[in-house]
Design a protein around this ligand. Sequence first.
Ligand SMILES: O=C(O)CCC(=O)C(=O)O
Ligand SMILES: [Fe+2]
Length: 437
Amino acid sequence: MRVTMTMRPGARMRTAAAASVPQSMRAARLRRYLGRYSRWKMAEHGPVRAIAEGGIDSTMVEAWLSMVECDALKEKIVRERGRASSAATLDLSRGEEECAKVMREAAFGGTGFFYLKGHGIPRETLDGVMRSHSWFFEQEAELKNTFRPTTKFHEPLGYKDAQVENILVEKESQTKPDFREHLRVARKRYQYDFHKETGVDTSVLDAHNISEMDGDHLHWVGQEDAGGRPRPRDDDDGALDDFKRRVEAYYSEAFKLSRKVHRITALSLGLDADAFDRYFQRPLDILMLNHYPAIKRDAAKGEVGMGAHCDFAFTTLLLTDGTEGLQVCKDKNRPVEEREWEWITPEEGTFVINFGDALERLTNGNYKSVLHRVANVSGRERKSVAFFCEPSADARIKPLAMSDGDDRGAGEGEGEEVETYARYLKRRFSGISEDLQ
Ligand SMILES: O=C(O)CCC(=O)C(=O)O
Ligand SMILES: [Fe+2]
């Protein structure tokens, strides 16, 4: 194997990004890169891990591709890059109508994942939630355990360690529980609305101090005593309050942005922008901080950070720390062993959004939820923040009338009466957590 630092005659620049970087700079970057990672390591692990571990960017990989002389290695790199997904990008700075057009074209083609940029959420809010994320999962188990649900009526909120709790999101494809810890938080109304709608007697909820709540405040499970008062704490350095404050700031932005995504989705279906508003009178939105430890996993052996699943809800807004890991399988009906996984490569300052099963049902299958999983092959820890914007507990998600051809969307169909959203959600959760059965 031989690697030269000069451009081969006739070697083609692959992208505008690569072309815009002077050759001398690319060579210098490549030299730096090669200094840190021997060739065999690149050959063994490919660029995905190299990017994740080495802080190199895609431009450097382009430079590598232009210069590398070893055909076998090149072929391997191209193959690996070829699996990277081509999710469409919605740029909110170009307006909702424009985004709706992009969404419409991509979504009817079966892509249920998008990048979202131009969103306007301040950088400090995004950095803030990531700082909170780091802070929380760096704490001793003793602190994290104070966020555990203390009654089954707190489910699905609070802290969980999927290894300890033995959570396998998809039992058919996993040999080990998910390699992740997570913390779920939602608004104070979540538990009352959710459990009441699923038939739990309000006196039972009362006995667990779960009452009807208005307002947008978040419920930090485990942080209150049986009377609903904040638990006395030893720490008084304010770190815990700062942690919550930054998550709350992000939560509120994530909710507003998700509702914008709903407007775009409605427009893209040929509906009025506010067509989905009636499903979101008292929404059951929920946020999940996911922490994937820095243990290298082998997805081919059924070891994953989060098992294969489709999100249950309407839309998911995903923020990550930039570490590779999310993969999608475009054909969820394929047998487990025949699935093909594509990477959704993180893009700086950009969210990933996707549709959930409830939206698929609402659109009568025209917009699809896409099967995805997390394979943390980076060897580094990975952080993600998933915001699920879910309908009100009593919302009935009936398929909308959708016609073929260009005249898509519009109106509500005569679809069969379906279970309420909370009942649907409980059924879905019960497949994963016994506490919700
Ligand atoms: O961590 C990720 O990238 C994806 C998380 C996810 O799929 C979920 O929380 O439903
Ligand atoms: Fe998901």
